[in-house]
Design a protein around this ligand. Sequence first.
Ligand code: GLY
Length: 567
Amino acid sequence: MSPSRRFFFFSIFLLTLYSCVNHSQRIPLKGKISEKAMVSSAHPLASAIGLEIMKKGGNAIDSAIATHFALSVVYPQAGNIGGGGFAVIRLDDGTIASLDFREKAPGLADRDMYLDANGRLNSKQWSTHGNLASGVPGAVDGMFQLHDKFGSLPMSELIQPSIDLAKNCYTLTALAADILNINQDEFQQQNRWSIPHLSDEPWQKGDTIQQPELARTLTRIQLQGRRGFYEGKTADQIVAEMKSGNGIITHSDLKNYKSIWRKPIIGHYRGHQIISMGPPSSGGVALMQLLRGTANYPIANWGHNSAKTIHLMTELERRVYADRATYLGDPDFVDIPIEQLLDSVYNQQRYDGISFDKATPSAVVSAGEIPPKESPETTHLSVVDDQGNAVSITTTLNSSFGSKVMVQGAGFFLNNEMDDFSSKPGSPNLYGLIGGEANAIAPNKRMLSSMTPTIVTYNDKLKMVLGTPGGSTIITSVYQTLLNVIDHGMGMQEAVNAKRVHHQWYPDEIRLETDALSNSTQAQLEALGHQLRMTDKIGRMNCILVLPDGRLEGGADPRGDNTALGY
Ligand code: GLY
């Protein structure tokens, strides 16, 4: 090797070394730090159970399953056995997998089931409230599939802590009391008997809730496996609940439910490998499209939440959400052009028209008009064990407490996931998302999701586990948090704390958390033609970052009761 080539390679080596050292020195560590293993979830009691399982020798998958069941007890607005979700897994040996345990439409579902005689969306809110809103739950089957493939401790040990929690009382946090109080009227309207979450007096921080019926349902699952939910007494209770209202889930829908191992969506961004969830979630495809567009620009130089960075993100988002509405649905029912959507030339052409002098009206990107509504009630958990195995699970009942119906005698809420279909293609759902033909209702079809459980590696080593609730804002929250770490040099907790913004094509507006953007940034964006709207909190992230020295930093979102625990 010539001296000049040697000097060149030595300089590159020094630069690489410097950037590693420099990066590790400047990461501001504001989160929970642990040496070996960590779990971050929406509730401190659920995280404590997940941690305990790992201390007993369980792996990340065992911990995630135990945390998931615990959330069904202490975080009933979104933690569930009556809903569904998605899991992305990466083992330390490089094995990756993703599981779809999304709910599906009952066999008796019909494309026009939420329309009135005039073909208009029915005014009775049947896609969001009451028994007709529920899809066939996938969560229990999903937990058993995960366990069969990757679990190490017996399933009964993973469910037992949740049975204990349901049998004994658990204590409400201030936020948990608030959300119960907000939902009292709905609980009363949708249930024909008293449920543990109803109270004559307003709930207060420190009050306790006992759920003996839920404890019995969990015990049946513990003793009989998936049959303890999809057949026998629990199935009878679900079907009786359906018949008492206008629900259509049958015994055969329950018995035949199956989660499906899907090919994960894998992409690259600034030297990182990004592993996320494919359809029927739109999360992975949309995230990769956003990252493809972002990679062309030096947003680190432009600055976090600067006008130029937000303008770019908004322009990318309106195009990606328009694609989502047109092309994405259940891959078992519609052909999705995934390769084309992820293709670099396609994305380049898609983004070529972006101007930095003015906003593109969404009407130019496509057509439609919708009223905005939000609900953050999905939940996400992230786990890393002491072997470096990682799990990212997002799970949901859809809106807060799902259909608000608790299955009589069984103690759990059912989802209102049917609203994630396009009840009427071209009309918005409760997130204001427009869907197309690809996401029309059909018997046994899975409804399109935005859930984006994601794992990031760098140089073939685990770097981050990310995810959040937030309906249509899930994709953009994961996107921003990922950029915060990779482009803006933040640590995990700082990246999660950072204020968020969101655009989803329609409504044609940028939603902002309070203090997300300075007055001058807001003025610059308005001058470009963007509409701005202040909104409540966006997302409730649970993330874990592997630091350069191998320790873990948790990013538990202060917008909720989220808690990262480790050892
Ligand atoms: N229910 C929210 C979602 O799946 O995107």
